[in-house]
Write a protein of this length. Structure first.
Length: 163
């Protein structure tokens, strides 16, 4: 089980007009982040306010495109319950993608737990209007600052959401 540190916003954003969302235009109040290093493995799981990522200009993702992502959705049932559709399959697909790019595996159980934890924090952002959902974007990228083609020694796994 992940030990997730929570740093929640003091003031929540106004919710968008649920009838005119558009895709990828409005983002929830929080995001999940977790780091991987060659020495420590996966560590520092946290849900923090949504915001910019600070990056060194030599960050390997910028030069060698070592990045993977998945896309999934959370829906409300007619009874108002929030559901995810087979998140473990998204996790397995990400593992396969990471393997191809020589990136570390983010285990299925941790992936599902991270997504569930963030969706629980952001449950107010899951719309209930017909044909709407909360889009969930898990992604991972190389964070080592170095030039030269090799498997990076540091990565970040993140999850962001938008209705």
């Amino acid at each position: 089980m992940l030990e997730i540190r929570y740093e929640l916003v003091k003031e929540k954003k106004a919710k968008p007009d649920w009838d005119n969302l558009g895709f990828g235009k409005h983002f929830t109040d929080h995001m999940f982040t977790m780091d991987w290093t060659k020495d420590k493995g996966w560590h520092n799981a946290q849900i923090v306010p949504y915001g910019p990522i600070e990056m060194n200009p030599a960050c390997m993702v910028l030069h060698y495109a070592q990045e993977t992502f998945e896309g999934m959705k959370a829906y409300r049932t007619a009874e108002g319950k929030i559901q995810l559709f087979r998140p473990e399959m998204n996790a397995k697909r990400m593992i396969t993608s990471n393997e191809r790019l020589c990136m570390p595996e983010f285990p299925v159980d941790m992936f599902v737990e991270a997504v569930n934890a963030l969706v629980k924090v952001e449950e107010e952002w899951v719309p209930s209007e017909p044909e709407t959902s909360l889009y969930i974007r898990p992604f991972m990228f190389a964070t080592e600052s170095a030039l030269g083609v090799h498997m990076a020694t540091a990565y970040k796994f993140m999850v962001i959401c938008c209705p």
